[in-house]
Design a protein around this ligand. Structure first.
Ligand SMILES: CSC[C@@H](O)[C@@H](O)C(=O)COP(=O)(O)O
Length: 348
């Protein structure tokens, strides 16, 4: 393998969905193959595939499998089977808006087909197109974001918003890749991102693999790193951004952004327009709560006593006043975000 970006996290091949099994990284690079949409739903739920754009495309591919699995011979029967599958796929993870976006896009296209065969063909070709477009979008986002970074910057990132969170190339890490491709030399500090350690297992893995100078810090060392001049910019991804510029991203993002503000360090968010939800209010976004065992142990090793309470939210909300810019494939939005994001959608 040359680069992690040479691989697709999720793809459609021979009427099957192929995924990199991320729960096995960084020690083993394993590809899993699914021919049942229920397996795809389970893969999303159990984080075999994760990251907002990657689960959006996975959901679309899941509907592709559902279309093939269905025995329907009429349009009505097939749409009803697809709707049943959509509900199962949608119920897997609540916070990332891309999942619902991807599913809705496929359902709308399915309705255009006149026969069951036409619908199957449309669903699969549209899902494949979404996967190809994800890479192109990331590259445009990368170019738009790269101008915000300078030679010799040390950039902090949180969680994994890289090639492994998208089909390939990445959102936040796409911006870092594009910055390097534009001839600038940058270093990266990746936070560990407890409890599931996407920072060490995935971000450090993919950046090291692609030849970046990457250092890992525990989440508790964010303040230290900033106070001691080890970081001069931050870029993270997002799972959902609402029109007011409130950003929902991996738990701990709010702490990183607050600390960046305290130290006068620009904090950027990189996300495709498909992650921007102009309809939902910040207070209505559902934060996924995950099982306590992720916190009471590390991997299989138990580290906390029995019979204690655990609070394990998977995401938090960063308010717009902490954000220097939202990098998208159509340009960079700045405060006031509602106006700026609306313009980017109009340019779309
Ligand atoms: C590009 S997805 C946004 C990321 O920064 C991050 O929050 C993320 O990887 C999603 O969380 P995850 O729970 O791993 O699916």
């Amino acid at each position: 393998m040359e680069n992690v970006t040479d691989l697709r996290t999720v793809e459609w091949k021979n009427n099957k969905v192929i995924m990199i099994e991320q729960t096995k990284l960084p020690n083993e690079l394993i590809f899993v193959e699914y021919d049942d949409f229920n397996q795809v739903a389970n893969a999303i739920k159990t984080l075999i595939v994760r990251g907002a754009p990657a689960i959006g495309v996975s959901g679309a591919f899941g509907l592709g499998l559902a279309a093939l699995q269905s025995k329907a011979t009429t349009k009505e029967q097939l749409l009803s089977d697809l709707e049943d599958a959509r509900k199962i796929l949608f119920a897997t993870r609540p916070t990332a808006v891309n999942l619902g976006w991807g599913l809705e896009k496929i359902m709308n296209v399915a309705k255009i087909g006149e026969t069951a065969e036409q619908i199957r063909e449309l669903v699969i070709s549209t899902a494949k197109k979404m996967a190809d477009e994800d890479i192109e979008i990331n590259k445009s986002m990368g170019k738009n974001g790269s101008v915000l970074f300078d030679d010799n910057d040390t950039i902090m990132t949180h969680c994994n918003a890289g090639a492994l969170a998208t089909v390939a190339y990445g959102t936040a890490l796409g911006v870092i890749r594009a910055t390097r491709e534009s001839g600038k030399n940058v270093k990266v500090i990746a936070t560990e991102t407890r409890p599931i350690q996407q920072g060490s297992r995935l971000t450090a893995f993919e950046l090291k693999h692609d030849g970046f100078d990457v250092s890992l810090v525990p989440d508790t060392a964010v303040g230290y790193s900033m106070a001691n001049g080890l970081v001069n910019k931050v870029v993270v991804g997002a799972d959902r951004i609402v029109k007011t510029g409130h950003v929902f991203n991996k738990i701990g993002t709010y702490q990183v952004a607050t600390m960046a503000k305290q130290h006068g360090i620009p904090f950027y968010v990189a996300a495709p327009l498909s992650t921007i939800d102009m309809e939902t209010k910040a207070e209505d976004v559902i934060i996924e709560m995950r099982k306590g065992s992720e916190v009471t142990g590390i991997g299989d090793k138990k580290t906390a006593p029995d019979d204690i309470g655990v609070i394990n939210p998977a995401f938090d909300m960063t308010p717009p006043e902490l954000i220097a810019g939202i990098i998208t494939e159509k340009g960079v939005a700045t405060a006031p975000f509602e106006e700026s994001l609306t313009k980017l959608f109009q340019a779309n």
